[in-house]
Design a protein. Structure first.
Length: 308
């Protein structure tokens, strides 16, 4: 029993930061998920403090988001260690689905992507950058609901520079190249990780999967993604999401327009890159076409003798 209220029933997940339990909330008579934050004995005092800091950040960040595609935070508790009380979503992680069932179809992947994208857009509107989007942090509910979880590495867009140790925290296979280069964290970095996660969902492996972390980071900063063999209609949007230059990645709205028809089994319409240079060229082309049209009309009037 935690805090005289939450009765732990069974472990339902674990990771580097601790263990997640299915628990009964005896006060409200509902099931909840409780994350137990564990610190190994060998971790120095500053490391222990850092884990507490991350726990508070995860709870506060999650509490400010209210969206069906983001896990809801109910409470945070302190006993001899921190606990985060969250909504319980009967589910499997996307990672577990891929391992157990194999790669998803392009249509199924697109539906998962739309749910992830909706959660990320809600976070970005609130000024929150997730920074750890990966298959392990995406829940696929038994009812099909897609939920983003684990905001322990999240930052606010207005936060100051990150601590040096924070720059490369996360899973190397899903970290955007600019985070490796200079520690940048923007909505575009989350969209790169979205692309890498959807690539893994449809291909069964990450786009830069290598035997070692060093090999992964080296490939990430210098090589194109591994060739896609199963992505089909998803390939163009995944290629653009995985563009090494964040300025060339599509905006969230454009990604949604790509994914919607694929999710329903249709072929997407080719989408023009959202590039300011191309938009400027289009305006110039329209202006030239308008000038030619007016000039042609005036010439026709002169030829008819109306201006004689």
């Amino acid at each position: 029993m935690i805090a005289g209220r939450y009765r732990l029933r069974q472990a339902i997940g674990s990771g580097g930061m601790g263990q997640v339990w299915l628990a009964a909330d005896d006060m409200l008579g509902r099931d909840v998920a409780v994350k137990e934050v564990l610190s190994p004995d060998w971790l120095p005092a500053d490391g222990q403090f850092d884990r507490v800091r991350r726990t508070l950040r995860e709870a506060r960040t999650g509490a400010c988001l209210n969206h069906p595609n983001v896990v809801q935070i109910h409470d945070i508790l302190h006993t001899d260690r921190p606990w985060i009380v969250m909504e319980y979503v009967p589910s499997r992680s996307l990672y577990d689905v891929i391992v157990a069932d194999g790669p998803l179809t392009p249509a199924h992947t697109a539906r998962v992507g739309l749910g992830m994208l909706a959660g990320l857009r809600a976070a970005h509107r609130a000024g929150v950058i997730h920074r750890d989007v990966k298959p392990q942090n995406v829940l696929i509910g038994h009812d099909g609901r897609v939920v983003l979880t684990d905001f322990g590495l999240a930052v606010h867009a207005g936060d100051g520079p990150m601590a040096p140790g924070d720059v490369l925290i996360g899973s190397p296979q899903y970290i955007a190249p600019e985070r490796v280069r200079d520690g940048a964290s923007t909505p575009a970095t989350d969209l790169w990780s979205l692309g890498a996660t959807l690539y893994a969902a449809v291909e069964g492996r990450a786009p830069y999967q290598r035997p070692t972390t060093a090999g992964t980071l080296a490939a990430l900063t210098a090589e194109p993604p591994d060739p896609m063999r199963r992505a089909g209609p998803l390939a163009p949007v995944l290629e653009r999401l995985l563009d090494r230059d964040p300025a060339r990645r599509p905006a969230a709205g454009e990604v949604e327009r790509w994914l919607l028809p694929i999710a329903s089994g249709q072929q997407p319409r080719a989408a023009a890159p959202d590039d300011p240079v191309l938009r400027r060229l289009t305006r110039i082309q329209l202006a030239v076409a308008g000038f030619v049209l007016v000039a042609t009309a005036v010439a026709a009037l002169f030829a008819s003798g109306q201006f004689a």
